[in-house]
Design a protein around this ligand. Structure first.
Ligand SMILES: [Zn+2]
Length: 320
């Protein structure tokens, strides 16, 4: 694998099972590598801080496997304070692979915990304002290309928990302001919250480059987003059998404002649902994107890549 760094990159900091206890009983073997893409794309959202799989992969392994499958760049997202610090340290390290960039934010569910002052185990957490201040500081460091993931999550945080709800909205608004201040794109986490996400974006004014990470809306919501000039990033979920709505959304808007991601180690595409995920599996998701938009795989890759370069302003160090 082409690489200019000499020391070994840092290892992941936590296990997927730490936040996904169901994972213990699943098949933890790595899926086989699919055929490589005919034209390289970038995985614009993954979590390299998570270890997964019966055999743990290093950052360099993830990057090498991705490159062999035609994924020549990855954006790793740090979404709780530990991951935020880890991501910033990785990007600042001499051992960081040159094809990696990153983004950090306080995830909406984390925002609720910081506002409460304790994590899931009852351990003390710094306040929400302090957490966002640290994110703001670290976003100014090397390799940061996006503010995210932020937004609203009414799935894991109850819609009826007023304090948690207010904390998520406050945090979302602070990250919107940060993206504008730093002139960076914004990656939105929107889980069961389309209408409220839209309302906050309209009220505060969306950053120029606004991305719905792991897009989860239907055709009508996709149209609403694209009409406002926003971008939709599709994950392995678009390959799921029960995701007809997502494919209808993609059919509705076409390829023009679409990107691809893994959200690895989560959301492994069909036929490997439940097994560990890594950027090298993107060809499976790209195949579905091409098929649904009635485009050749190569053309779909070219369009998606051009959009990704436009959004993140980051092609130059990835491709010769
Ligand atoms: Zn994610």
């Amino acid at each position: 694998m082409p690489s200019s760094h000499e020391t070994e990159s840092p290892a992941p900091v936590r296990n997927r099972e730490d936040i996904d206890p169901r994972g213990r009983s699943r098949d933890r073997s790595w899926p086989p590598a699919p055929d490589p893409l005919p034209f390289p794309v970038i995985d614009n959202h993954c979590h390299l801080d998570f270890a997964d799989g019966e055999r743990s992969l290093s950052i360099d392994d993830h990057v090498a496997h991705a490159a062999a499958a035609g994924i020549d760049g990855q954006i790793t997202i740090g979404s709780d304070l530990e991951a935020v610090r880890w991501t910033a340290a990785l990007l600042a390290s001499d051992a960081c692979p040159p094809s990696l960039r990153g983004g950090v934010a306080v995830h909406p569910n984390e925002a609720a915990l910081h506002a409460r002052g304790t994590d899931h185990d009852g351990a003390a957490l710094i306040g929400l304002g302090a957490a966002i201040a640290e994110v703001s500081e670290l976003l100014r460091g090397p390799g940061m290309v996006v503010v995210g993931e932020t937004g609203l999550d009414w799935f894991r945080t109850s819609r009826t928990d007023e304090q948690a709800r207010a904390a998520q909205i406050e945090s979302f608004r602070a990250h919107i302001a940060l993206a504008k201040e730093l002139d960076l794109p914004l990656q939105i986490h929107d889980r069961d919250a389309h209408r409220d996400v839209l309302e906050v974006l309209e009220a505060d004014g969306a950053p120029e480059r606004t991305v719905f990470h792991c897009f989860s809306g239907d055709a009508e919501f996709a149209r609403t987003c694209v009409d406002r000039g926003w971008f939709l990033s599709f994950a392995g979920t678009v390959t799921f059998k029960n995701a007809a709505d997502l494919r209808a959304a993609l059919t509705e808007v076409g390829l023009g404002r679409v990107m691809v991601e893994t959200d690895a180690p989560f959301l492994t595409p069909v036929p490997y649902r439940g097994r560990p995920n890594s950027s090298y599996l993107i060809p499976l998701t790209m195949a579905t994107i091409a098929e649904v938009t009635d485009t050749s795989l190569e053309e779909a890759c070219r369009v998606v890549r051009a959009t990704t370069e436009q959004v993140y302003g980051w092609p130059e160090t990835v491709r010769a």
